[in-house]
Design a protein around this ligand. Structure first.
Ligand code: OSB
Ligand code: MG
Length: 368
């Protein structure tokens, strides 16, 4: 495929409900989209960086910079055999995985169209329906959180993830378990603890959680291994896994029993598939994380979740939980039993809504 034109766009959309983690509250998303025209086909990708460098060091601005100055000039006007060759060409650039992923993932959509197969099939997916969970942020009160959990359970979601931090943890989990003793429940700390909190972290075992996600440092492996030896709740790593090799090392030292795979964090479909393969070979379940994506990133997440190792429900949920109006048609919907049907038509499986995208655009730039 020959890449003829690339367009960068920054869009802005308010969330239906604020989303709060241990590192802060998000009310409006700023998202960089990448549109790639190759041969006579078009693919879209999404930069999943947060507005502030709190989850990782990437932001919409750093991604725009790295795409504009490096990634786009490296691929534009050239002939590529597969999107994985583009991923390989990006290797000299240290990090900036979310910027890389947006461009590579757009090419997978082109590749799928070219082959006349779904994006899911193009990336090696096999499942036709994926199990879904929800991630519920920190609320203004525990009552509000309990209400929100009840709504999501009755909508059919198969597992509930709640955000925790020191002071919003044991008491909250106690109240959740008192009201919902049987639900599949997990907690995500987004690095809010250290090993000095060991006694507190041990108490999480009382709540028979499916897992605790990233309790310790965002870049830590070793302390997670120490912690895993002290607690029975399985640790799932999110922030500190950036590659298949990183996943291998984390598993080897016993830092986690489960891995959250995010396309942006690991640098695109090629890397995500390798992380999946490493985990699968070691019997480590993986699931698809979310980054409050627009419909474009969400559609990519649906495709990735169809890989056979994605055996646990992901943070891939309905468009309407995030947006009054998404930028794809149809929007992503979830069945009454908490599943999403993986589109089987050629390409992305959802149509980017160009009018809607134009309406929410803050800036755009094209490269030829
Ligand atoms: O840690 O998984 C996380 C959102 C933004 C940044 C980090 C995380 C999250 C979520 C939300 O948990 C998942 C979603 O619903 O998209
Ligand atoms: Mg997380």
């Amino acid at each position: 495929m020959k890449i003829n034109r690339i367009e960068l766009r920054e869009i802005q959309m308010p969330l239906v409900h604020f989303f709060e983690t241990s590192f802060g509250r998000t009310t409006t998303r700023r998202i960089v989209l990448v549109r790639v025209d190759a041969d006579d086909l078009t693919g879209w990708g999404e930069v999943t960086a947060g507005e502030e460098p709190f989850y990782s060091y990437e932001t919409p601005e750093t991604a725009w910079h790295v795409l504009r100055e490096f990634l786009i000039p490296w691929v534009l006007g050239k002939e590529w055999t597969t999107p994985s060759d583009v991923a390989a060409c990006f290797r000299p650039i240290r990090g900036h995985n979310m910027a890389k992923a947006a461009l590579e993932n757009a090419l997978w959509v082109v590749e799928a169209q070219q082959k006349g197969i779904s994006l899911a099939r193009a990336v090696g997916g096999t499942l036709q329906e994926i199990p879904c969970g929800v991630s519920i942020g920190i609320q203004d009160s525990v009552e509000k959180l309990l209400e929100r959990i009840a709504v999501e359970i009755s909508a059919g979601y198969q597992r509930i993830k709640v955000k925790v931090k020191p002071g919003w943890d044991l008491d909250v989990l106690e109240r959740i378990r008192a009201k919902f003793p049987r639900i599949a429940l997990m907690a995500d700390a987004n690095s809010a603890y250290t090993l000095a909190d060991l006694a507190r972290l041990k108490e999480f075992d009382r709540f028979y959680l499916m897992m605790i996600e990233q309790p310790l440092g965002w870049d830590d492996i070793l302390d997670h291994a120490k912690l895993q030896r002290e607690i029975s709740t399985p640790i799932c790593l999110d922030e500190s896994i950036h590659s298949a090799d990183g996943a291998r090392k984390a598993i080897e030292v016993g830092a986690c029993k489960i891995v959250n795979v995010k396309l942006g964090r690991v640098g695109g479909f090629t890397s995500a598939r390798r992380v999946h393969d490493v985990c699968r070979a070691k019997n480590i379940p993986v699931w698809c994380g979310g980054m409050l994506e627009s419909g474009i990133g969400r559609a990519h997440n649906v495709a990735m979740s169809s890989l056979p190792g994605f055996t646990l429900p992901g943070d891939v949920s309905a468009s309407r939980r995030y947006w009054a109006e998404d930028i794809i048609s149809p929007e992503v919907t979830v069945s009454a039993c908490g599943t999403i049907r993986v589109p089987q038509v050629p390409g992305l499986g959802y149509e980017p809504n160009l009018d809607r995208i134009e309406k929410v655009t803050l800036r755009k730039e094209q490269f030829r």
